[in-house]
Design a protein around this ligand. Structure first.
Ligand code: ZN
Length: 464
């Protein structure tokens, strides 16, 4: 009887909660044939400077012209842009649409609809999903162009991972059962030998995946990592099948293992230990791009130090019931697994090295792409975390123009190739646009001051 009670108690504590999420946005009910952004500063993402006093004309979902400003035309919709900046719609290089950013002491059912709306409300018009349940992602993906209200996206499905290694090893110490089992099933795709890794790649592609995600990381710190032969088998198979492979890495040694196997992108940068200039050169030579996701570690640190504060944007995006467990009063009462604390302590100690590694990569010429781990890491609130990541990259010393390219054209081209029809403001490209109040080239936080969000020529209206 006592053991049954224990099981019931564990089940109750570990069972995810549901929340009532706000609607946030809707697509405008009718779109005029022509929209002109009038007298606006334009950062096209094809250059490192902005064009002043321009008119950008949008027709049938596309950008048709960018020209020096003229008197506002009549008979078309005019959006006044004086003092504002028009940017390509943001592209979040790292999201988990089928995940939740809730803390382990207040596990929440993932809400894909809300994740999508929160991202789009934040100006994220395209995204790359790098880990989640294949069936669910495939179903969401098919709804694009109909009733899916969120970024257009590509997906990888479950993360190809060493059996028993990360992410299984982390999920087990992070969440109480049964949430741990649910999360593991949703995010891990365990393999033990090369043939199994190849089959894992094939299975994902058969179910519509656009790229492959693998994990080479040790959480907790003593967890086993995917050995080189498994990494190579996974990446080689992905490339044979014509898709890219992206890897979750943590230390320089794992980043180099991934790069030497031909991985195309490193997720989470080098967030533990040091990255030397020689390592950065090798990564540059290997042709990888890196998404630092500094926000993941900032948010984890803030929780450990009982100072987590959602941004103003996040307070609008998430209901109070969701944010309440993050408050210091609730947070303080929680106990975490000692192995998790050890990892978090190491993360905190390595913060200066982490920021330095971002600068070292940039100095070596490695492209830095803005990814937020939206709904994939604790406290990485969809949309808000993406905007905060840009602020952190600026703190790491990355020039604003490079951050803006990393938030638009670079991920667009990684996802859709050199002729991507999004990620830049050029005639013929898709009208995915954000209008912000101010100049993000002089102050990166201006990227959060959203005035308008447009996706494929349709304005996204706020409803609150
Ligand atoms: Zn992630």
């Amino acid at each position: 009887m006592r053991s049954l009670l224990f099981v019931l108690l564990a089940f109750t504590l570990g069972c995810p909660a549901s929340h009532r999420y706000p609607q946030l946005i809707r697509r405008e009910s009718s779109t005029p044939p022509v929209t002109v952004f009038h007298d606006v500063r334009v950062f096209t993402s094809t250059d490192t400077t902005a064009l002043e006093h321009q008119d950008v004309r949008v027709e049938a979902g596309k950008i048709v012209s960018i020209a020096p400003t003229a008197p506002a035309p009549s008979g078309v919709r005019v959006i006044e842009g004086a003092g504002k900046t028009l940017l390509p719609g943001y592209v979040d290089f790292h999201v988990h649409l089928t995940g939740s950013p809730a803390p382990p002491w207040a596990v929440a059912w993932p809400d894909e609809e809300h994740n999508g709306r929160a991202l789009l409300a934040s100006g994220v018009t395209s995204a790359m999903d790098v880990g989640g349940e294949l069936d669910r992602l495939e179903a969401l993906w098919k709804r694009q162009g109909t009733d899916w209200l969120g970024p257009r996206f590509t997906f990888s499905g479950q993360i190809v991972s060493l059996r028993g290694g990360y992410p299984t090893s982390m999920v087990k110490i992070l969440f109480p059962w049964p949430a741990s089992a649910l999360a593991d099933q949703r995010f891990s795709g365990p393999v033990s030998e090369p043939l199994e890794a190849e089959a894992a790649v094939d299975w994902r592609l058969h179910h519509g995946a656009h790229h492959i995600k693998l994990a080479i990381a040790s959480v907790p710190l003593n967890a086993q990592t995917m050995p080189p032969e498994l990494v190579q088998a996974t990446v080689k198979r992905a490339h044979q099948r014509g898709v890219k492979a992206v890897a979750h890495t943590d230390k320089a040694v794992h980043a180099l293992r991934a790069a030497r196997a031909g991985v195309d992108a490193l997720m989470h940068g080098i967030h533990l230990g040091e990255l030397t200039a020689a390592d950065a050169q090798e990564l540059k030579q290997a042709g990888v791009v890196v998404s630092p996701t500094l926000v993941v570690f900032e948010r984890a640190e803030a929780l450990v130090q009982f100072r987590f504060q959602p941004t103003e944007m996040e307070k609008r995006l998430y209901p109070p019931s969701f944010l309440e467990p993050f408050t210091p009063e609730v947070n303080r009462k929680q106990t975490l697994d000692p192995q998790l604390i050890e990892w978090l302590d190491q993360l905190q100690a390595d913060r200066p090295k982490r920021l330095a590694a971002v600068k070292t990569l940039h100095d070596a010429g490695v492209p830095l792409l803005v990814g937020s781990d939206a709904a994939g890491s604790i406290g990485c609130l969809a949309g808000g975390a993406f905007l905060d990541e840009m602020r952190l990259l600026s703190e790491a010393g990355i020039p604003n123009a490079d951050i803006l390219k990393g938030a638009t054209v670079l991920p667009a081209r990684f996802i859709a190739g050199p002729n991507a029809d999004f990620g830049t403001i050029e005639p013929g490209k898709r009208a995915d646009l954000v209008l912000v109040d101010g100049d993000p080239l002089t102050d990166i936080t201006v990227t959060s001051k959203l005035v308008n969000v447009m996706q494929s020529g349709v304005l996204i209206e706020r409803v609150d």
